[in-house]
Design a protein. Structure first.
Length: 371
């Protein structure tokens, strides 16, 4: 039986962010590549986190190259479906609108479904700015299947009526440990007196590294022993770097706070394995379904997170606490008292295995693309 042909147009790392991690997963998916005849076009835009959302001539050049790559594969690959990781606003929206022209044109001659996968909010904001933005978005989404990470995003299309259908697709992440490895982690946690608190996200204030630093200072002021805060992620700006280093220096937190840089591979796995609490005090307005929370659950880590995006669909009383800046210390103390035990660690791990593995994500995506 002939496999369905699918053209994937997606973000891949670098830079590392939610959409690029999902793109990496799709690109390397055995489930996707064994069940579909695939072609992949990587969207080259921002070279690092600081360039995201900013205009540059380099982005214009890559957009033109992307246009001709898409045109070439439409002509010679002739896909039965197109998957596109799209952007809701900004320069990237106009790039995607340009790319949609040949995609929509060829659909007049070759019938195929188009799937636009949104990893961030912004459609509602953009379409509310002006009647032109609203009209262009309706043209862009005309006859298209939208893929959202969570039902909480459905209101994004309040100003759009032209789309065909909405699909909801939870993110998933790769499982980097087996049952034996997890038991070893549990053993290490029970033997260690130190409570390692892990913040792993982009190092921008909206993601909450400054709030995590303030918690570390409070812990120091209260003279709480055997706690260490670990930070990992890429810097968004020099101002963020300076703020972090100055805060640590001025409050004498050098022995309590450690920054590990941008981590991947074994270094990242070691940080998750040695931690006992995962801290995610994000107030980022585009936040939806953070992959780092799923990674934390895969290592059996209880989570303290702020109620933003669809985080409340991931974090409940079984796996951690939803909190806010005013109640962060209270939530932290509650986690220390009730969640740092084998039963809680296993519950977090089981939640991941039941809902958020990469295999579940890829199988669900496959079913959507074959629909």
């Amino acid at each position: 039986m002939n496999k369905k042909k699918v053209l994937f147009i997606l973000h891949c790392s670098p830079p590392v962010h939610g959409a690029s991690k999902v793109g990496d997963s799709i690109l390397n998916s055995t489930i996707i590549n064994e069940n579909l005849e695939t072609r992949f076009i990587k969207i080259k835009a921002s070279v690092d986190l600081q360039a995201i959302g900013k205009f540059s001539l380099n982005k214009v050049k890559h957009s033109l190259l992307l246009f001709f790559r898409v045109l070439f594969l439409l002509l010679f690959f002739r896909p039965g479906a197109i998957y596109y990781t799209t952007s809701p606003k900004g320069f990237a929206f106009y790039r995607d609108l340009m790319i949609s022209i040949p995609i929509k044109f060829f659909r007049l001659f070759i019938k195929y479904n188009i799937f636009y996968h949104y990893h961030s909010r912004g459609i509602k904001e953009f379409t509310s700015n002006s009647s032109l933005s609203k009209k262009l978005t309706n043209v862009f989404l005309s006859g298209v299947n939208a893929i959202f990470i969570s039902p909480s995003m459905e209101s994004e299309l309040n100003n759009v009526k032209s789309y065909k259908k909405i699909h909801f697709l939870n993110n998933g992440v790769e499982d980097n440990i087996d049952a034996t490895g997890f038991n070893e982690i549990l053993k290490h946690r029970s033997e260690s007196d130190t409570i390692n608190v892990l913040y792993l996200s982009n190092m921008i204030k909206e993601k909450g590294y400054d709030t995590a630093l303030e918690l570390a200072k409070t812990v120091r002021d209260l003279n709480v022993k055997n706690i260490k805060f670990h930070f990992a992620g890429g810097w968004a700006s020099k101002a963020d770097t300076d703020y972090f280093n100055n805060f640590v220096s001025m409050n004498k937190l050098q022995d309590l706070v450690q920054y590990h840089g941008m981590v991947q591979g074994d270094q990242k796995r070691k940080l998750f394995a040695s931690a006992k609490v995962f801290l995610f005090p994000s107030r980022y307005k585009k936040e939806i379904f953070p992959l780092s929370l799923l990674e934390a659950l895969s290592y059996g880590l209880p989570i303290i997170a702020f109620d933003v995006g669809a985080v409340k669909n991931i974090v409940n009383d079984e796996v951690g606490k939803l909190s806010n800046k005013e109640n962060l210390l209270k939530s932290f103390n509650l986690i220390k008292e009730k969640y740092l035990n084998e039963i809680a660690y296993k519950k977090c791990r089981d939640t991941y295995l039941d809902k958020y593995t990469s295999q579940k994500f890829e199988t669900n995506l496959l079913n959507i693309l074959k629909s």
